[in-house]
Structure formats: structure tokens, C-alpha cells
Design a protein around this ligand. Structure first.
Ligand code: NZQ
Ligand code: ZN
Length: 387
């Protein structure tokens, strides 16, 4: 097992009415900026619950953080933080609002030339302005980790950031919020969490027995509950399992002591940056094609997934093929396409894969995957097969 260190500092409140804990977690006398998205919280009751929980605090609101949080929007919020001398931020939303808030937490205390440096120069955040989250969409695990991804449309870029200063102080996870999610977001959440586990599990066999079993448990649970979540998102216990799977998929535990891949996310972020396709949907495009391309190196682990999660038997090659087919069928069962060409705004077959690769090359050298052996030409082949 690879050496590791693990710090899980987020105080998680999980369950019905968890928002009642908000007030006790914010320092007395704090001036709070409450950040949120396009307004779903105003129609599903979350806004009112948070408002009543914040009674007694001085609160300033900033709404309008969009999906794939946009740098320009966040700069407007940053101005408010500085002008109004905000001391604590409360993010109320999905991964985008939480990620946007992480950027604000970092930028509020950043003393470099421009906050874009945090993203463009990959500056880690050691200390940020304290913030909490009220999660409204299980998917990213952002409520429990210290990473964020920020978009800047004028540059066609979507860049990651992170650091130990960006863990939320607390997160409120009430599975009741799942009831108001549209089918598209439910499916996105399932696909994103499933792929997060895969990026940390689908590499090569190691001695990390427990990490494998935990990952397989999350994958099996997601496959088991997915039809139930889609059919009835208001079923509380199913929603609770969904929310806990998404959290466990990216709270840091299953990545410890094992090699990780993350090539699917690297290419997926470029597809979103160029074509605006939802994050999870870009992963569904890349994953099957990537695993077929890397079947030689990932064969043993694909076969293990088939045996343990799908409960199939056969030769290693048969099991590996069956694994990718089953994952693709799983995505299709959620009405999530697995090709670039499924999207009307996509460029032509000869253009799109090259554009995606070029966009990634602008920000980093292409050397992806657990072996660092996915180079430019490999990434291009994967995307061409995914067209
Ligand atoms: O903006 P509102 O009106 O709130 O609507 C949102 C948004 O349109 C809606 N929504 C959220 N909760 C709802 C709801 N609608 C009804 N009822 C509710 N309870 O859902 C839409 C999508 O929200 P968004 O926050 O964008 O979705 P998600 O949580 O999937 O976040 C995606 C973002 O997270 C990043 C992605 O790249 C993308 O930018 N990721 C963050 C990660 C992290 N920090 O660890 C890891 C991931 O791999 C990912 O990259
Ligand atoms: Zn993701």
C-alpha cells in the first residue's frame, strides 16, 4: 500500500432537518455572505430553512452562481466580500455553488496580483476565509473535500484549484433536497459519483484490499439504487443512500494508498470548457472509450469489477469487455449518452477531438492516467472513438 496522510476536517451533519445545526457552527458575530445558484432553493424550501437558521446573523446574499461557476460572476461576489467586510461564507447549492465559494474563500485572503493566478499558476490555498455548505445536489463530493473547478468562458478554460485551506468548516446534507431534483441532475449525480470511484479504483491490482472493497461497495450501491432514485427521488431512504455514496466517492478515503487515474476528468473538463456539456455527461462520453483503449493495462481490474460488482464469470478478457459494456448500458439506462456526436452543438468528427486535445495542451502537458502513459495521440484516439 502506498504511504498516505489523511485529514478529514469537515464536520458533517447528515439527515432530516440537519440545517438546524447551522447557527451553532458559525462564529458568533460573523458577517455572513450566503451564496447560491439560479434560484432552485427559492422554490424547494431550502432558502426559507437557511434563512430561519441564520436568524440573528448579519447576512448578505449573492445569488446567480451558474453551473460550471464562472470566474467573472465570482469576481462580483469577491467585490461584495471586500466592500462589506464579510467574515464567513455559507454556500447553499450543488457542486457549482460550493466550488465557486471555495474560490471566494481563497481569493478573499489572496494577496497576489490577480485572483486568476490561483487557477492559472496552480497556487494551493493553505488558509481561506472560513465557509460552510448546505448541499442541495448529491454528485461531486465538494461538500467534503478541498477541491474546486472554476470556468472562465472568455478563455474557454475550466481549471482546478485546491489546498488544505479549502475544506468546508461544516456541511449540511439533508437527503430531502433530492426530491426536487430534475431527472437530468439525478442522472448527472449518479454518473459523476460512479466515475469518481472509477478514477480511484479502475487502475491495476494492488495490495489495498479494503480500498477495493469500499469502492466496489459504492459502485454496487449506486447501480442498485439508481433506478429507484430515478423513479422516485422523494423516497427518503433511497435519497440518503445516494447522497452518502456521492460523499464517500470523493471525500478522500478511497483514494488513500492507491494509484489513481483521473484521465477521464481531465478530458471531460475540456469538453465542458469548449461545448458547455454538463460535467457528468462529459465523463460518460470519455469513460467507455478510455477503458476500451486501455483494456490491456486495466484488464485485470475490469475483470475484478465484473466478478465482484456485476457477479459475472468468464475469462479475464471476456470479463473486461463485459465490464465496459455494462457501464455503458448503465449510463444509457439513465438516459445519459456516451458519444460526442449525441450533442447537437458538437463540431464535426474531424474537428472536435483535435480541438479538445489542443485546449488541454494550452494548460498542461498531456501525460495522463495511473501510468502517465496517455499522451497526446492516445487522448486523441480515445476522443475519436468516442465521437
Ligand atoms: O442553480 P440552481 O437554480 O440552484 O440549479 C441547479 C443547477 O441548475 C440545480 N439544482 C441544484 N440543487 C437542486 C437543483 N435543482 C432542483 N433541486 C435541487 N435541490 O442543478 C443544476 C446543476 O447544479 P451544479 O451545482 O452545477 O451541479 P453539480 O453538483 O453536478 O456540480 C457540477 C460542478 O462541480 C464540478 C464540476 O466540474 C461542475 O463545475 N466538480 C467539482 C468537484 C469537486 N469540487 O470535488 C469534483 C467533480 O468532479 C466536478 O469536477
Ligand atoms: Zn466529477
Amino acid at each position: 500500500m502506498i504511504n498516505f496522510n489523511l485529514q478529514l476536517p469537515v464536520h458533517l451533519f447528515f439527515g432530516k432537518d440537519a440545517h438546524k445545526n447551522i447557527a451553532s457552527q458559525i462564529p458568533a458575530g460573523a458577517k455572513v455572505l450566503m451564496t447560491y445558484g439560479g434560484g432552485s432553493i427559492k422554490t424547494n424550501g431550502v432558502y426559507q430553512k437557511v434563512q430561519s437558521a441564520l436568524e440573528g446573523f448579519e447576512v448578505v446574499e449573492f445569488g446567480g452562481i451558474e453551473a460550471n461557476p464562472e470566474y467573472e460572476t465570482l469576481l462580483r461576489a469577491l467585490k461584495i466580500i471586500k466592500e462589506q467586510e464579510i467574515t464567513f461564507i455559507l454556500a447553499v447549492g450543488g457542486g457549482s455553488v460550493i466550488d465557486g465559494t471555495k474560490f471566494l474563500s481563497s481569493a478573499a485572503l489572496f494577496d497576489g496580483d490577480t485572483p486568476w493566478d490561483i487557477l492559472s499558476k496552480g497556487i494551493r490555498t493553505e488558509v481561506g476565509m472560513p465557509f460552510g455548505t448546505v448541499l442541495t445536489l448529491p454528485a461531486t463530493g465538494s461538500e467534503m473535500n478541498s477541491g474546486a473547478v472554476i470556468s472562465r468562458k472568455e478563455l474557454n478554460q475550466k481549471r482546478p484549484m485546491g489546498g488544505p485551506g479549502l475544506f468546508p468548516k461544516f456541511s449540511i446534507c439533508d437527503p430531502s433536497v433530492v426530491a426536487s431534483l430534475p431527472e437530468r441532475q439525478l442522472a448527472n449525480g449518479i454518473v459523476d459519483a460512479f466515475t469518481h470511484v472509477m478514477e480511484q479504483y479502475m487502475t491495476y491490482p494492488t495490495s489495498a484490499t479494503l480500498q477495493d472493497r469500499i469502492s466496489e461497495g459504492i459502485l454496487a450501491t449506486l447501480m442498485e439504487i439508481a433506478p429507484k432514485v430515478m423513479a422516485d427521488p422523494s423516497d427518503y431512504d433511497t435519497a440518503a443512500n445516494f447522497m452518502w455514496c456521492c460523499n464517500m466517492a470523493l471525500n478522500g478515503i478511497i483514494q488513500k494508498g492507491v494509484p489513481t487515474d483521473w484521465s477521464i476528468h481531465a478530458l471531460g473538463h475540456e469538453i465542458t470548457a469548449l461545448y458547455g456539456i454538463d460535467h457528468a455527461r462529459t465523463l460518460a462520453i470519455v469513460l467507455p472509450s478510455m477503458y476500451r483503449y486501455k483494456a490491456d493495462k486495466k484488464g485485470a481490474k475490469l475483470a475484478q469489477f465484473s466478478q465482484r460488482v456485476l457477479e459475472l464469470s468468464g475469462s479475464e478478457a471476456e470479463l473486461a469487455t463485459a465490464a465496459v459494456d455494462a457501464i455503458e448500458n448503465f449510463f444509457h439506462s439513465l438516459d445519459v449518452p456516451t458519444t460526442l456526436s449525441a450533442y447537437p452543438a458538437m463540431d464535426a468528427e474531424e474537428v472536435a477531438p483535435e480541438k479538445i486535445v489542443q485546449n488541454l495542451e494550452k494548460i498542461r502537458t498531456i501525460k495522463l492516467g495511473e501510468h502517465g502513459d496517455i499522451l497526446r495521440e492516445d487522448a486523441l484516439s480515445v476522443l475519436q472513438s468516442a465521437y
